[in-house]
Design a protein around this ligand. Structure first.
Ligand SMILES: Nc1nc2c(ncn2[C@@H]2O[C@H](COP(=O)(O)OP(=O)(O)OP(=O)(O)O)[C@@H](O)[C@H]2O)c(=O)[nH]1
Ligand SMILES: [Mg+2]
Length: 471
């Protein structure tokens, strides 16, 4: 499917040139969506991608860069006036300044346009002059994709489902008690509605912090400028027989519907539906170190997130997209610099297995998919250390919390991903074999060589997969 559409593009392009139309017609924008759950590495990924496309010394696996066909790369005003600009300069300054630090957490959609002037290759090589690819990079929280599942659900169904799911979670006990004490059929009382919404939001935050990913509605965690508004002041309630007008239940139902139509649908219409290529970033290592439950939960979240890319089952999205589909999806395990490179293949196998169900669906929808382990910013160096008569493949870096330089061995990932995924699926509470250490490294002070972006692992491969064919 991708090959066909590409071939179509080439043929119509050649026709338009032979018919004397300017090659400027080739200048077309390509929208690259970058998503992932909170803290998965979206901001650092985009910052590094842009910096490394501007200065391409470390992008040898990107064919157009290696062949010297990219004549210029520059940032331009983005096409959408109402979307915040991705704060590239500040994020880069944070990562590469004199006292390097990680950029702040970001809480909403943002966008940046990078334009690449390229000399065409292959069939188009004979064309006069370079053409320009406008790459519109869009950063949006993966949590917002999870909300797609709400569109087909009534308030009653959603409530029942959520209450059943959280019944045994310790993080939810306060909310469940508050909800149990409230009478859904009683007259709506705003302070009570606010208290319930606050308690439910508290549960979502606690669950998220403990590694649960099924934390919708997504905007409750990332409200942006909607904080405190009625569309975010609802919570799941137990069902009652024909709740009267003006009851708490009816008002919550109304707000739930408003959330769907005023928050969820506009996001899909204005951002999601326009994406051509997509990266889904996954911090699998953190999930693995949190334990089997977190891994199983992450797998579920991936299935849910990716269901947005197989819109067949969702009427709203189907109508919205018409025939348009995302052409390529890259699943990337981030922060691969936490592992010695000898473990990267295993990390890739895990990310493939973790997203297999989701990938199969996307493939079904006609998108080309790939999986990769990468680090947007490499913070470590590798070394072998003697231990118990053997050699341990370690990484050395500066720990974020203590500022200490350490050589770490995070644990051996299994060769067969099933060794992690199967116990996770079967509800194991801890790993039987092996222990995985969570670490956070600080970005290392850098002196960037002229013409080179920040050090990374496989960002060039990621770029080749995502945009190589368009260059
Ligand atoms: N070692 C290492 N750590 C990384 C890398 N990328 C991200 N991190 C870590 O992950 C954290 C989150 O990265 P961000 O890029 O801010 O993640 P995000 O997905 O934008 O997070 P939110 O905006 O909060 O959703 C950073 O503060 C770093 O601690 C990387 O390439 N290497
Ligand atoms: Mg961010």
């Amino acid at each position: 499917m991708v090959i066909t559409s590409l071939a179509d593009g080439v043929i119509s392009g050649v026709e338009s040139v032979t018919s004397g139309v300017s090659a400027a017609l080739f200048d077309r924008p390509l929208r690259l969506g970058v998503t992932g759950l909170a803290r998965s590495g979206k901001t650092v990924f985009i910052t590094s991608l842009v910096a490394n496309l501007l200065d391409r010394g470390r992008m040898l696996q990107l064919a157009a860069a290696r062949e010297g066909r990219i004549e210029a790369a520059f940032l331009q005003p983005q096409p959408d006036d109402t979307v915040p600009r991705f704060d590239y300069e500040n994020h880069l300054a944070a990562l590469t300044g004199p006292t390097p630090h990680w950029p702040d957490s970001t809480r909403a959609v943002s966008e940046l346009r990078l334009s690449l002037r390229v000399r065409p290759a292959g069939l188009l090589a004979g064309l006069p002059g370079p053409r320009t690819l406008h790459l519109d990079i869009v950063d949006y929280p993966g949590e917002w994709l999870l909300d797609l599942g709400l569109l087909d659900k009534s308030f009653a169904d959603w409530s029942a489902e959520v209450l059943a799911r959280i019944a045994n979670r310790p993080q939810a006990q306060d909310y469940l008690a508050a909800q149990g004490a409230a009478d859904p059929a009683a007259a709506h009382d705003e302070p009570q509605a606010q208290a319930l919404a606050a308690a439910f939001t508290g549960y979502l935050h606690a669950a998220r912090a403990d590694g649960f990913y099924d934390c919708t509605p997504g905007r409750f965690l990332l409200p942006g400028d909607l904080a405190g508004s009625p569309v975010l002041t609802f919570a799941p309630l137990r069902s009652v027989e024909s709740p009267p007008r003006g009851s708490l239940w009816r008002e919550m139902e109304r707000r739930y519907e408003a959330y769907k139509s005023k928050v969820v649908k506009p996001f899909f219409r204005d951002h999601f539906a326009r994406i051509d290529r997509q990266v889904v970033l996954v911090d699998a290592l953190s999930a693995i170190s949190s334990g089997p439950q977190a891994v199983e939960d992450l797998r579920h979240a991936m299935v849910d997130i990716l269901s947005a890319f197989k819109p067949g089952r969702n009427h709203f999205l189907n109508r919205l997209l018409g025939g348009k589909r995302v052409e390529k999806i890259l699943f990337a395990a981030t922060k691969a610099d936490h592992l010695h490179h000898s473990q990267h293949d295993r990390m890739t196998a895990i990310i493939e297995a973790l997203t297999r169900e989701a990938q199969d669906r996307a493939r079904f929808a006609g998108a080309e998919t790939a999986a990769l382990a990468l680090a947007a910013l490499r913070t470590t160096t590798e070394e072998m250390r003697h231990h118990d008569g053997g050699e341990l493949p370690c990484v050395r870096g500066t720990l974020l919390d203590s500022g200490r330089q350490v050589a770490c061995y995070p644990g051996a990932l299994p060769e067969d991903p099933a060794q992690l995924l199967v116990p996770a699926q079967q509800g194991a509470t801890r790993w039987l074999e092996g222990d995985y250490q969570a670490m956070r490294f600080a970005p290392a002070p850098l002196t960037l060589k002229h013409g080179s972006g920040p050090p990374h692992i496989r960002m060039d491969r990621a770029a080749e997969f995502l945009i190589g064919d368009a260059l």
